[in-house]
Design a protein around this ligand. Sequence first.
Ligand SMILES: *Cc1c(COP(=O)(O)O)cnc(C)c1O
Length: 712
Amino acid sequence: MNPASLSTAELDALAAGLNQLAHNLWWTWNQEAQEIFQELSPRGWQNLYHNAVAVLHEVSDYELRVRLQDREFAARVRAVLAAFREYMDEPATWGRQTAPALQTHPVAYFSAEFGFHETLPIAAGGLGILAGDHAKSASDLGIGFVGISLFYREGYFQQAINQENWQTEYYTQLHPENLPVEAVLDAAGRPLVCSVEITSGAVYFQVWRVNVGRNPVYLIDANRPENAPHFRDLTLRVYGGDTTTRIMQEMLLGIGGVKMLRALGLKPSVFHMNEGHAAFLTLELMREKVANGAAFAAAMAATRQECLFTTHTPVEAGHDRFSPELMEYAMHRYCAQLGLPWAEVLGLGRVNPANGGEPFCMTVLALKVCRAANGVSELHGEVSRHMWQELFPGKTVGEVPIGHITNGIHLQGWMKGTVRRFWRKRLTTSGTGANWDREINSPEFWARMADPAFISDEELWALRYGLRRELIEFARRRLGMRNTAAEFIAFDQLLDPDALTIGFARRFATYKRAPLIFQQMENIVRLARDPARPVQFIFAGKAHPRDDEGKRFIQHIIHLSKYTDMQGHLVFLENYDVHVARQMVSGCDVWLNNPRRPLEASGTSGMKAGCHGCLNLSILDGWWREGYDGTNGFAIGVDAHAPTIEEQDRVDSANLYRTLTEQVIPTFFDRDAGGVPRRWIQMVRRAMVTLVPQFSTSRMVAEYTKKFYTTS
Ligand SMILES: *Cc1c(COP(=O)(O)O)cnc(C)c1O
C-alpha cells in the first residue's frame, strides 16, 4: 500500500465528519465547508439546490472514500472539520463570559417560522428569516439558546406564474432524510412523542432537531400515526388552512413547545416569543405552576418574570385574533386545568376583559404575560406604544412598557461567496483571513472600507461590476427556464450589464407597494431607455395565497415587463426565496424600498444589500430611518408621512422619482477619466462603514442578551 494513502480509520473519521457537518447549518456560513460539498458533486450541488445532505446521498460511500484519497482534497476536509470542532468547543465565547447562567438555563426562543437556508423552506418571509439569523448569531456569540418551531412537511408554497401572469401556488413534500434535520429520540431510541390537549383529545407530535452551530432548534411535527388524519396535517403548511388550523398550530407551538422542552429535561430561564403566534406558551407555564399548587395570580406573576415578547408589525392583520367560539372549541378542555373561570381565560386575550364580544388576541395575551416587550426599530417601538396604550390604563403613550431593539442580519450567512472571499482577503489585518470570524462583526473591521489602502476604488468597482453580471446571468437563466415559446424573448439580451440595476424583492403585501414606481410610467420608461444612462429593474416576491391584491401587483409588473416599452428593462423573477434574495441583494446597485410609512416595522433585505456594497433607496421607515445619515445611500422623502393613503402614495411616488433623477442616476453615471464613479464608490464605502456592523444580528442578539436575557 502507498504509505501516503489514508487508512480505513482515517477514511471513516473523515466520512463521519462530513456527514455530521452536513447536519449542522454551520456549513452554510463557512465558505470552505460549502466549497467541499459543491466540489463533491458540482451538478448535484446545483440541481439539489445547495443541499449538503442530499449531495452526500448523491455521492456513494465508495466514491467518497476514493475521492478522499486525493491528498489535497483530504487536507481541506480535515481543515474544515478542525475549524468546525474548534467552533463547537470554544471555551471562552462572549456568551459564556457575559451570560454564564444561560448555559444551563438557556433562552427558549419560539417562532412560528425559521428561515435558515433555501433547502429548508419553512419560512414565509422576513419574520422567519430574522428568527433564523437570530439563532445563528446566538450560536456565534455562544449564548445558551434553543429554538422552537413547527416542522411543515410541505413548507411554504412555491410560486409559479400562469399564462395570465397570475400567481399560482404549489407545494412539494420535504423529506427529513434529505434535510439537515435529525429525529429527536427518547431514552429507548424511539422518536420522542409528546401531546397537547386540543379540542377534546390529545394530539401527538414528534420532534426534529436542526443543529444551528452550537444550538438546537426543535421542530414539532404532528404527522404521527396516533393522530386522526386531520390532526396529522396540522403541521402541513406554514400558516396553512383556516383559523381553526391556525389556532391549533399555535397550541402545538406554544403549549407543545413547553411540553417538549420539559420532556427533554430543559429548564429555560427565559421564554422569548418572536411575534404573538407562540403566546399560548404562557398558559402552559401558568398551568404547570397551578398543577404544583400555586394560586392562579401567583402563577401568572411568576410566569411574567420568565417571558419576553417581540412584536413585529403595526399592520392589523398581523395580529392573530380568535373568536370566543373558536377558543371554546379548541381550548376549553385544555384551559380547565388553569384553575380559572372560562370567562377570565378569555379576558387574558382582551383589551377589555369584560367585553364578551371581543375576540382573543395573541398580542394582548403576550403583552399581559411578559416582563418586557419590544418593537423592532425605534419608530416601530413608538408606533407600538400608541397601538397598545389602551392595555395600560393610566399610562401616557411614553410610559407604555414597549421598547425597541432594531433588527439585523447574520452577516456571514447572507454574504455571497464572491463577496465573503473578497472582504476576507482585503479587510482582515493579516490579509489571510485568519481571524475573519472574530473580526467580521466589529466596527473596526468595516471602518477599513473607508481606506483605499485596503481596497482601491477601481477594485471595488470591479467587484460591483462582477456581482451585477452574476445577477444578470442568473436572471437570464431563470427566465429562460420558465418562458414559453409564444412569449419568447431573446433571454440572453434581456437586461444590460452596464445599466444601473434597481432591485425590489420581498413579500408582496400591499403596504409594501411594489408597483409604486410605475405610477410615473412615462417618466420611468424614458429613464430606462436612455442610451447614455440606462436604468433597469428586477422584481421578485410572493403574495400570500389569499391576497388577490398582492397577486394583482405581481400581474401588473409582469405585464409591464412583457408588453410595454419596459420590455428588456424590467423583469420579474419567480419563486422568491433565500437563494433568489442572495443573488438580488448582491448584484443590484440600488435596493428599493417604498413601504407605506410607518408600516414597515423594520425591514431587513436592505441590510443584506448593504453588506454587498449595494446602496439603499428607501422611505425613512423602519431600520432605514436609523441607518440613513445623508452620505450612505438615498432617502425618499422626509422623516414624516402624509395623513391619508392617497396623498402618501402620490407624495411618495413623486419623491421617489425626484431622488432617482436628481441623486441616484447622476451619481451613478458620474464617471471620471478612468471611468470610475468616484462619488458613488465613496457612498458605498460610507454605507459599509456605517451600516454593516450596526445592522447585524450579532449586535442585535448581544442587545437582547444584555437588556433582556440576563436581567429579570
Ligand atoms: C430578507 C428576506 C425577507 C424580508 O425582507 P424585507 O425587506 O424585510 O421585507 C423576506 N423574504 C426573504 C426570502 C428574505 O431573504
